[in-house]
Ligand binder design. Structure first.
Ligand code: GLA
Length: 382
């Protein structure tokens, strides 16, 4: 699958620019549990997957740089010393942002050309944006011998998202995409930015994604609003981040925050605790417990953190009716995208079919079922 993508960007590159490019594959990610905890200094449990962005790039000697988004059949030509964010929502902000953040670190790059294409639908909640940012920074690091470490690269990708895309994201997506390990999920401490890899083999069960194929508006501003609400409450509590708070601590400021923000902070504290419990459940091979933590996560995301939507809630409700699904929840920032389901291997196909029918009946829209493999992080392709 990724081979075809890589071949396509490579051929297109050679045809367009008449040189042999460097090839980079940068994966998207899933997240087993730990949502909206990353920017609160907490724990998450993501893994890189075998879907993502293939990029071909090489130096340019024309005095300018060119980026081509093959999916969108869209080209931008730009000058490195005149970068500024493009209009909101434009794909080139991911590229410009990374270049600008590299320059902010006083690293010198020259003109370059890049062509990329992905096989994760945008808005699926699988971090096609982090995959793209990482492919650009990783490729430029190679091309211009910048000597950046992977940790530095993901901070550059994250800053690009903050300053050029306008989403004040945490570090989970960039980390998972860059540091992914085949067959493993990463129990990542977002404060120390260090992870413990967990081999994932659920034996008779597996993970399955179902994409609602919707992405509701305002998700970016809703995301930033939640992040600032969490930060204000941390300030009230006199702590660095909500990761440091217990439910008891939170009670002390109950009179100082709105009931809705109180529930949001409570969600973060509980979700962080669930993520720690989930790591133990995986170690103990206790899939019933893992599944129930995943369901609880969804309830919290929907009722307390309020980042779900009717389509996601519907898919999780369908899962709950099926005894072969041990857990299901929305994944990623929310307001659309995928659910992640922990389901018995033998039942996955038939559940996929029945849920697709029910979804079509309810919303007159298709959902998509994805089976994914946990894969290696951003890498050069020889
Ligand atoms: C988006 C952000 C991440 C993280 C998730 C929610 O994917 O990019 O940093 O906050 O939402 O867990």
């Amino acid at each position: 699958m990724s081979e075809t993508l890589l071949k396509e960007v490579q051929e297109k590159f050679t045809k367009t620019f008449n040189t042999v490019p460097l090839l980079v594959f940068s994966p998207g990610r899933i997240n087993i549990i730990g949502e909206h905890t990353d920017y609160n200094g907490g724990f998450v449990f993501p893994a890189a997957v075998n879907k993502g962005i293939a990029a071909a790039l090489q130096k340019s000697d024309t005095g300018c740089s060119t980026a081509i988004a093959l999916d969108k059949d869209s080209t931008v030509v730009f000058e490195l010393d005149k970068l500024k964010p493009s209009k909101e929502g434009s794909w080139e902000n991911y590229v410009f942002g990374v270049v600008a953040e590299i320059q902010n670190r006083n690293k010198i790059i020259g003109d370059f050309n890049i062509i990329f294409k992905g096989n994760i639908p945008g808005g699926a909640g699988m971090s096609s944006s982090a995959a793209l940012e990482n492919s650009v920074v990783f490729g430029l690091n190679e091309l211009f011998d910048l000597g950046l470490t992977k940790h530095e690269m993901i901070l550059i990708s994250q800053k690009a998202e903050h300053n050029y895309v306008g989403v004040n994201c945490g570090i989970m997506d960039q980390y998972a995409s860059m540091f992914g390990i085949q067959d493993h999920a990463l129990h990542l401490d977002c404060r120390s930015v260090e992870a413990i890899p967990y081999k994932i083999d659920f034996k008779a069960h597996q993970l399955m994604l179902i994409n609602t194929n919707v992405k509701h508006n305002l998700s970016d501003s809703a995301y930033n609003d939640r992040r600032s609400a969490c930060e204000r409450i941390s300030e009230l509590l006199g702590i660095e981040a909500l990761r440091d708070a217990t439910e008891k601590d939170l009670e002390k400021v109950i009179d100082k925050v709105t009931p809705t923000n109180y529930q949001k902070a409570l969600f973060v504290i509980q979700e962080n605790a669930r993520t720690i419990k989930a790591a133990k459940a995986i170690k103990d091979n206790d899939l019933e417990l893992l599944g129930s933590l995943i369901y609880q996560s969804h309830t919290g995301l929907s009722d307390q953190y309020k980042v779900s939507c009717v389509e996601l809630d519907f898919l999780v409700a369908q899962a709950k009716k099926n005894k072969h699904v041990l857990g299901a929840r929305m994944m990623g920032g929310g307001f659309g995208g995928c659910t992640i389901n922990l389901i018995s291997k033998t039942e996955a196909l038939s559940f996929g079919e029945s849920v697709s029918k029910a979804y079509k009946n309810k919303f007159n829209n298709e959902c998509s079922v994805y089976f994914i493999a946990l894969s290696e992080g951003t890498h050069l392709v020889k």
